[in-house]
Write a protein that binds this ligand. Structure first.
Ligand SMILES: Cc1ncc(COP(=O)(O)O)c(C=O)c1O
Length: 389
């Protein structure tokens, strides 16, 4: 079969591949600890589940508007005004099945051959994949271990050319767990404002899992709302990964383009999940806070545990639920570490190289798992690494 040449440019998300490999080993009787996939291990809060079930009974089982139900777009705009302090109109909101389609549509709408897109590296692999798929040139903005996985923003102006159309930022960040400070966001905004026609896609999907301070959105900086596409959703904040519900908040001239891509692709997001989404945003938020508090405890456990293993360095994550230790002193490449630790120690984690060229020498460990399981994984990692020498 001859497939279209553009398929050569499409990357993947290794988490799903490693999960499949781990499942295959499990089917052969091996016990694996899953620290590869990035999803909260909590159940969706009960009042959200009930709203979703009620919505099915109430007949929310048909097509809806492509950009989402007006009531949900309204709730998202209201919520965004509260958490970001930005005066958001529901007309600027597009709802999608998960937030990933926003990434897909925004890049298809803005990127093309001859255009450059700056993105964090190590970073969520779909950014680079989609930039290339759209025919544009990916320009990595390196996150540096010795800066706690923050970028060197003095270098940002040097990455921008007259071809740059978009800068992607992700805070808190997957896979590094770093979170951009208010001052860093202001620096990025001041650089962006010097370049008319340059947009920012701010991936804020982990905004509710932040260990110090309050979430601060680049869109709240004067002059930035009209330059920013916010990507957010329900997967991580409300443990709703399987519901597939996310959204983008974007300038009005981007909305019809993203909506047209959506009608060509999905027609509309599922209607009953959207009713559940309204319950999530408008209902009690204590489950969100409880999850974040539990992640904070696990962060301590994993960071201290990793740091006690010889040859492993690990900056403290500032948000999300990922640790990104440097394993280069073990003498293994990231991919060898991923493979061998699964085969020999029964721990599934992800090679840092799956997150871009600057991820080599690192691995990503998701600590969205019970403390008991995390401790067991740490013990296995310790034995594995000590056995290498
Ligand atoms: C950085 C980042 N952005 C976006 C997403 C997309 O999440 P979803 O499509 O489940 O809303 C993920 C999921 O892992 C992520 O890590």
């Amino acid at each position: 079969m001859t497939v279209a040449a553009r398929m050569n440019d499409l990357g993947t998300e290794s988490a799903f591949e490693v999960l499949a490999k781990a499942r295959a080993l499990e089917a052969r009787g091996k016990e694996i600890i899953h620290l590869e996939i990035g999803e909260p291990d909590f159940e969706t809060p009960r009042h959200i589940v009930e709203a979703g079930m009620q919505a099915i009974s109430d007949g929310f089982t048909h097509y809806g508007p492509t950009a989402g139900l007006p009531e949900l777009r309204e709730a998202i705009a209201r919520n965004s005004r509260e958490v970001r302090g930005v005066d958001t109109d529901p007309a600027n909101v597009v709802v999608t099945p998960g937030a990933k389609p926003i990434m897909f549509y925004v890049l298809l709408a803005l990127a093309e051959p001859g255009v450059e897109v700056i993105y964090p590296n190590p970073g969520f692999p779909i950014y680079e994949s989609m930039i290339k798929f759209a025919g544009a040139t990916p320009v990595p903005m390196q996150l540096l271990e010795d800066k706690g996985y923050h970028p060197d923003l003095d270098a940002l102006p040097g990455l921008i050319t007259d071809k740059t159309r978009l800068i992607i930022i992700n805070s808190p960040e997957n896979p590094c767990g770093s979170a951009l400070t208010k001052q860093e966001l202001e620096t990025i905004a001041s650089v962006v404002k010097q370049h008319p026609g340059l947009y920012v896609m701010a991936d804020e999907i982990y905004k509710d899992i932040l260990y110090t301070g309050e979430h601060y959105s680049i869109s709240s900086i004067p002059g930035m709302q009209e330059r920013t596409i916010i990507l957010d959703g329900f997967s991580k904040s409300y443990a709703m990964t399987g519901w597939r519900l996310g959204y983008g908040i974007m300038p009005e001239d981007i909305v019809p383009n993203v909506t047209r891509l959506a009608v060509n692709n999905i027609s509309c997001p599922a209607t009953f999940t959207q009713i559940a989404g309204i319950a999530a945003l408008d209902g009690p938020q204590d489950a969100v806070q409880a999850m974040a508090a539990e992640f904070a405890g696990r962060r301590r456990l994993i960071t201290d545990g990793l740091r006690s293993i010889p040859g492993i360095r690990c900056p403290e994550p500032e948000g999300a639920f990922y640790a990104f230790p440097n394993i280069s002193e073990t003498g293994l490449t990231s991919r060898q570490f991923e493979d061998r630790v699964m085969q020999e120690a029964g721990v599934a984690l992800l090679s840092g190289s799956g997150f871009g060229e600057f991820g080599e020498g690192y691995v990503r460990i998701s600590y969205a798992n019970s403390r008991e399981t995390i401790q067991k994984a740490l013990d296995r990692l310790d034995t594995f690494v000590r056995g290498l020498v």
